[in-house]
Design a protein around this ligand. Structure first.
Ligand code: RTP
Ligand code: MG
Length: 143
């Protein structure tokens, strides 16, 4: 499997509960390297643009409202099979369905406040990374 990058967000609920370090530790333990990171308080426009694919869904307004409710950490993770590996570490969207030991099982309270975001495919990873970071901000340690 080739080296890959994925995009991740520690959502407002997990930042508020002081779980940034615990979540970063899970990434690192799984062999994913954090190659860029920053704290942001998303504007409504930023959150709407980021989740544009869900614009017509009934939960869209609640999702944007939650994502702008407090600061988030945005980061780029790099490693073998990074997109799939991160989704595995995260667990299912609804924490009730997430396997024990996943981030959402351990840190999420509900499907609406579910601790983390992770890109779902290589193409969305590239788009989401570019949404928040310039190429110069990515400190890859492998090239
Ligand atoms: P994310 O994009 O945040 O990593 O989550 P995901 O891929 O696991 O799930 P996705 O389908 O992309 O949905 C984005 C976020 O919208 C909320 N959601 N609510 N009430 C519902 O049926 C519902 N479905 C999705 C979740 O907070 C989800 O993380
Ligand atoms: Mg998604």
């Amino acid at each position: 499997m080739a080296l890959e990058r994925t995009f991740s967000i520690v959502k407002p609920d997990a930042v508020a509960k002081n779980h940034i370090g615990a979540i970063y530790s899970r990434f690192e333990s799984a062999g994913l390297r954090i190659v860029a990171a920053k704290m942001l308080h998303l504007s409504q426009e930023q959150a709407e643009g980021f989740y544009a694919e869900h614009k017509e869904r009934p939960f869209f307004n609640a999702l944007v409202s939650f994502m702008t409710s407090g600061p988030v950490m945005v980061q780029v993770l790099e490693g073998e099979d990074a997109v799939r590996k991160n989704r595995e570490i995260m667990g299912a969207t609804n924490p009730k369905d997430a396997f024990a030991g996943t981030l959402r099982a351990d840190f999420a309270a509900s499907i609406d406040e579910n601790a983390v975001h992770g890109s779902d495919a290589a193409a969305s990873a590239a788009r989401e990374i570019a949404y928040f970071f310039t190429e110069a901000e990515l400190c890859s340690r492998t090239r």
